[in-house]
Write a protein that binds this ligand. Structure first.
Ligand code: DC
Length: 224
Protein backbone atom coordinates (compact mmCIF):
# COMPACT_ATOMS: atom_id res chain seq x y z
CA UNK A 1 0.00 0.00 0.00
CA UNK A 2 1.25 3.49 -0.82
CA UNK A 3 2.56 5.54 2.09
CA UNK A 4 0.53 8.64 2.89
CA UNK A 5 2.19 11.96 3.67
CA UNK A 6 0.66 14.89 5.49
CA UNK A 7 2.70 18.11 5.39
CA UNK A 8 2.08 20.74 8.07
CA UNK A 9 3.88 24.07 7.82
CA UNK A 10 3.53 27.31 9.71
CA UNK A 11 5.26 29.79 12.01
CA UNK A 12 6.53 28.84 15.45
CA UNK A 13 3.92 28.59 18.18
CA UNK A 14 0.99 27.91 15.85
CA UNK A 15 0.58 24.55 17.57
CA UNK A 16 2.15 22.51 14.78
CA UNK A 17 4.03 19.96 16.85
CA UNK A 18 1.29 19.23 19.40
CA UNK A 19 -1.35 18.96 16.71
CA UNK A 20 0.79 17.06 14.23
CA UNK A 21 1.72 14.55 16.94
CA UNK A 22 -1.93 14.06 17.91
CA UNK A 23 -2.97 13.73 14.29
CA UNK A 24 -0.23 11.15 13.63
CA UNK A 25 -1.38 9.13 16.64
CA UNK A 26 -4.97 9.24 15.45
CA UNK A 27 -4.01 8.05 11.96
CA UNK A 28 -1.35 5.57 13.09
CA UNK A 29 1.33 7.44 11.10
CA UNK A 30 4.85 8.42 12.09
CA UNK A 31 5.22 11.98 13.39
CA UNK A 32 8.33 13.81 12.18
CA UNK A 33 9.30 17.12 13.76
CA UNK A 34 11.75 18.56 11.21
CA UNK A 35 12.47 21.65 13.34
CA UNK A 36 14.21 19.28 15.76
CA UNK A 37 16.64 18.28 12.98
CA UNK A 38 17.64 21.94 12.42
CA UNK A 39 17.80 22.43 16.18
CA UNK A 40 20.23 19.51 16.49
CA UNK A 41 22.52 21.10 13.89
CA UNK A 42 22.16 24.44 15.71
CA UNK A 43 23.04 22.71 18.95
CA UNK A 44 26.24 21.30 17.45
CA UNK A 45 27.29 24.66 16.00
CA UNK A 46 26.71 26.29 19.38
CA UNK A 47 28.69 23.63 21.23
CA UNK A 48 31.57 24.13 18.79
CA UNK A 49 31.57 27.86 19.49
CA UNK A 50 31.10 28.66 15.80
CA UNK A 51 29.19 31.69 14.55
CA UNK A 52 25.98 30.22 13.05
CA UNK A 53 25.90 33.01 10.44
CA UNK A 54 29.30 31.92 9.09
CA UNK A 55 28.06 29.58 6.37
CA UNK A 56 31.48 28.22 5.39
CA UNK A 57 32.35 27.41 8.99
CA UNK A 58 28.96 25.76 9.57
CA UNK A 59 29.38 23.65 6.42
CA UNK A 60 32.77 22.47 7.58
CA UNK A 61 31.15 21.21 10.79
CA UNK A 62 28.30 19.29 9.13
CA UNK A 63 30.20 16.10 8.24
CA UNK A 64 31.24 15.76 11.89
CA UNK A 65 27.68 16.00 13.19
CA UNK A 66 25.85 12.71 13.01
CA UNK A 67 22.20 13.67 13.37
CA UNK A 68 19.81 10.82 14.11
CA UNK A 69 16.16 10.58 14.80
CA UNK A 70 15.10 7.72 17.06
CA UNK A 71 11.88 6.70 18.77
CA UNK A 72 11.69 6.94 22.57
CA UNK A 73 9.89 4.37 24.71
CA UNK A 74 6.65 6.31 24.51
CA UNK A 75 7.00 6.64 20.70
CA UNK A 76 8.20 10.25 21.02
CA UNK A 77 10.85 11.50 18.64
CA UNK A 78 14.29 11.75 20.26
CA UNK A 79 17.19 13.54 18.63
CA UNK A 80 20.72 12.18 18.84
CA UNK A 81 23.88 14.11 18.09
CA UNK A 82 26.91 11.88 17.63
CA UNK A 83 25.18 9.23 19.70
CA UNK A 84 24.16 11.56 22.55
CA UNK A 85 20.50 12.28 23.29
CA UNK A 86 20.11 16.08 22.94
CA UNK A 87 16.29 16.14 22.90
CA UNK A 88 16.14 18.47 25.92
CA UNK A 89 19.08 20.70 25.05
CA UNK A 90 17.68 21.52 21.58
CA UNK A 91 14.66 23.18 23.21
CA UNK A 92 16.72 25.87 24.95
CA UNK A 93 15.85 29.37 23.66
CA UNK A 94 19.51 29.99 22.67
CA UNK A 95 19.42 26.88 20.51
CA UNK A 96 16.24 28.21 18.81
CA UNK A 97 18.27 31.18 17.61
CA UNK A 98 21.10 28.98 16.34
CA UNK A 99 18.58 26.72 14.58
CA UNK A 100 16.94 29.67 12.88
CA UNK A 101 20.27 31.10 11.68
CA UNK A 102 21.76 27.80 10.44
CA UNK A 103 18.50 26.86 8.71
CA UNK A 104 18.88 29.91 6.45
CA UNK A 105 21.95 28.42 4.74
CA UNK A 106 20.91 26.66 1.50
CA UNK A 107 23.62 24.01 1.83
CA UNK A 108 22.50 23.12 5.33
CA UNK A 109 18.99 22.63 3.98
CA UNK A 110 20.24 20.56 1.07
CA UNK A 111 22.26 18.40 3.46
CA UNK A 112 19.17 17.60 5.55
CA UNK A 113 16.70 17.22 2.68
CA UNK A 114 17.31 13.58 1.75
CA UNK A 115 17.04 12.45 5.37
CA UNK A 116 13.54 13.96 5.53
CA UNK A 117 12.43 12.56 2.16
CA UNK A 118 13.65 9.09 3.02
CA UNK A 119 11.51 9.04 6.15
CA UNK A 120 8.44 9.86 4.06
CA UNK A 121 9.33 7.21 1.48
CA UNK A 122 9.52 4.51 4.12
CA UNK A 123 6.56 5.44 6.32
CA UNK A 124 3.19 7.13 6.29
CA UNK A 125 4.02 10.41 7.99
CA UNK A 126 2.73 13.60 9.47
CA UNK A 127 5.70 15.91 8.99
CA UNK A 128 5.84 19.43 10.33
CA UNK A 129 8.20 22.29 9.56
CA UNK A 130 8.49 25.40 7.40
CA UNK A 131 9.04 24.03 3.89
CA UNK A 132 7.50 20.57 3.94
CA UNK A 133 4.69 21.31 1.48
CA UNK A 134 6.81 23.64 -0.66
CA UNK A 135 10.19 21.83 -0.87
CA UNK A 136 10.55 18.58 1.08
CA UNK A 137 7.30 16.86 0.03
CA UNK A 138 5.77 18.96 -2.75
CA UNK A 139 3.62 15.94 -3.70
CA UNK A 140 2.29 15.36 -0.18
CA UNK A 141 -1.21 13.91 -0.11
CA UNK A 142 -2.37 16.63 2.29
CA UNK A 143 -0.84 20.06 2.87
CA UNK A 144 -1.83 22.28 5.75
CA UNK A 145 -0.65 25.78 6.63
CA UNK A 146 -1.22 26.30 10.33
CA UNK A 147 -1.32 29.85 11.68
CA UNK A 148 -2.39 31.85 14.74
CA UNK A 149 -1.99 35.49 15.76
CA UNK A 150 1.37 36.62 17.20
CA UNK A 151 -0.23 37.29 20.59
CA UNK A 152 -1.75 33.82 20.83
CA UNK A 153 1.48 32.14 19.73
CA UNK A 154 3.52 34.18 22.21
CA UNK A 155 1.23 33.17 25.08
CA UNK A 156 1.38 29.51 24.10
CA UNK A 157 5.19 29.55 23.88
CA UNK A 158 5.40 31.44 27.18
CA UNK A 159 3.36 28.73 28.93
CA UNK A 160 5.35 25.97 27.25
CA UNK A 161 8.67 27.46 28.39
CA UNK A 162 7.37 27.95 31.94
CA UNK A 163 6.13 24.36 32.13
CA UNK A 164 9.45 23.13 30.81
CA UNK A 165 11.29 24.95 33.60
CA UNK A 166 13.02 27.46 31.28
CA UNK A 167 10.74 30.50 31.77
CA UNK A 168 11.11 33.77 29.87
CA UNK A 169 9.18 37.04 30.15
CA UNK A 170 6.17 37.30 27.81
CA UNK A 171 7.55 40.44 26.14
CA UNK A 172 10.77 38.65 25.42
CA UNK A 173 8.96 35.61 24.01
CA UNK A 174 6.80 37.87 21.82
CA UNK A 175 9.74 39.76 20.36
CA UNK A 176 11.61 36.51 19.68
CA UNK A 177 8.59 35.15 17.83
CA UNK A 178 8.29 38.31 15.72
CA UNK A 179 12.00 38.14 14.92
CA UNK A 180 11.89 34.46 14.04
CA UNK A 181 8.77 34.94 11.85
CA UNK A 182 10.61 37.62 9.97
CA UNK A 183 13.81 35.56 9.61
CA UNK A 184 12.00 32.35 8.59
CA UNK A 185 9.79 34.05 6.00
CA UNK A 186 12.36 36.45 4.51
CA UNK A 187 15.31 34.14 4.02
CA UNK A 188 16.25 33.37 0.43
CA UNK A 189 16.39 29.58 0.90
CA UNK A 190 13.01 27.86 1.27
CA UNK A 191 11.27 30.73 3.10
CA UNK A 192 8.18 30.00 5.14
CA UNK A 193 5.13 30.43 2.94
CA UNK A 194 1.85 28.69 2.25
CA UNK A 195 2.41 25.91 -0.29
CA UNK A 196 0.37 25.69 -3.44
CA UNK A 197 -2.63 23.52 -2.69
CA UNK A 198 -2.25 23.91 1.08
CA UNK A 199 -5.32 24.50 3.23
CA UNK A 200 -4.86 27.29 5.80
CA UNK A 201 -6.06 26.54 9.33
CA UNK A 202 -6.05 29.46 11.79
CA UNK A 203 -6.01 28.29 15.43
CA UNK A 204 -6.11 31.76 17.07
CA UNK A 205 -9.51 31.23 18.64
CA UNK A 206 -9.46 27.44 18.78
CA UNK A 207 -8.46 25.27 21.72
CA UNK A 208 -6.53 22.06 21.23
CA UNK A 209 -9.54 19.79 20.62
CA UNK A 210 -11.14 22.27 18.23
CA UNK A 211 -7.87 22.67 16.33
CA UNK A 212 -7.43 18.90 16.06
CA UNK A 213 -11.00 18.55 14.82
CA UNK A 214 -10.41 21.26 12.19
CA UNK A 215 -7.20 19.57 11.07
CA UNK A 216 -8.82 16.14 10.94
CA UNK A 217 -11.63 17.49 8.78
CA UNK A 218 -9.11 18.87 6.28
CA UNK A 219 -7.21 15.57 6.24
CA UNK A 220 -10.28 13.35 5.78
CA UNK A 221 -11.59 15.59 3.03
CA UNK A 222 -8.25 15.52 1.18
CA UNK A 223 -7.79 11.74 1.54
CA UNK A 224 -11.31 10.90 0.37
O1 DC B 1 9.79 24.45 14.48
P1 DC B 1 11.01 24.85 15.30
O2 DC B 1 10.80 26.12 16.05
O3 DC B 1 11.48 23.74 16.19
O4 DC B 1 12.17 25.11 14.21
C1 DC B 1 13.45 25.55 14.57
C2 DC B 1 14.03 26.37 13.43
O5 DC B 1 14.30 25.55 12.30
C3 DC B 1 13.13 27.50 12.94
O6 DC B 1 13.70 28.75 13.19
C4 DC B 1 13.02 27.33 11.46
C5 DC B 1 13.85 26.15 11.12
N1 DC B 1 13.12 25.16 10.33
C6 DC B 1 13.24 25.23 8.98
O7 DC B 1 13.88 26.12 8.47
N2 DC B 1 12.64 24.30 8.19
C7 DC B 1 11.91 23.32 8.74
N3 DC B 1 11.33 22.40 7.96
C8 DC B 1 11.76 23.26 10.14
C9 DC B 1 12.36 24.20 10.92
Amino acid sequence: MKNVSIAIDGPSGAGKSTLARALAKKKGYLYIDTGAIYRTVGCYVRRCGVDPADEAAVLRLLPQAKVELRRGEDETQRMFLNGEDVSEEIRLPEVSKYASVVSAHPEVRAYLLEMQRELARNHSVVMDGRDIGTVVLPDADVKIFLTASVETRAKRRYLELSERGTPEALDQVRSEIVQRDWDDSHRAAAPLRQAEGAVAVDTTTLNFQESLAALSRVVEEALK
